[in-house]
Design a binder for this molecule. Sequence first.
Ligand SMILES: [Zn+2]
Length: 163
Amino acid sequence: MPASRRVTRAVAEVLDLAPRKGEVTLQRLVDAVSTDRGRDIEVKMAELPEGVCGQWRQYNDHDEFLIQRGLPTWDRTLAHELGHLVLGHDGIAVAEVARRATEIASDDLISYMLNQRTGCMGPGGEDIEQDAEDFAALLLYRLGRMPSDRSSIVQVRLGEAFG
Ligand SMILES: [Zn+2]
């Protein structure tokens, strides 16, 4: 399946998990994905190495999305990390975190891919970062257009299919 189709489908799957009542926020979607997987996802602010916007850490029993403190694009970064997770990319196993933090402060910076669109770096390689970026962009776009009344979503979907 082409990357774009995979991303589009992942976004649709996440939106399908959206709570049926109340406003659908990104945080609520993260919670819904967490419930669906049966694994807690904690979202925290953190002081990450310079140039890193977000980080997904995998613990034995839960996941953590760390977002760089003071980042103006919080939502975008959170959606990006969620994209990595639902697209089946690998987060950073916790034992590796310390080692990577050292690497990123050294000349090994070059081994980290620079994400052109956000100026954020990720360890996963260009394709994976691009997928996560596409996911984030599409998810936030769809989220922004989502009616607060869940019952009308079906109509929106139909409108998209035929329109
Ligand atoms: Zn990334």
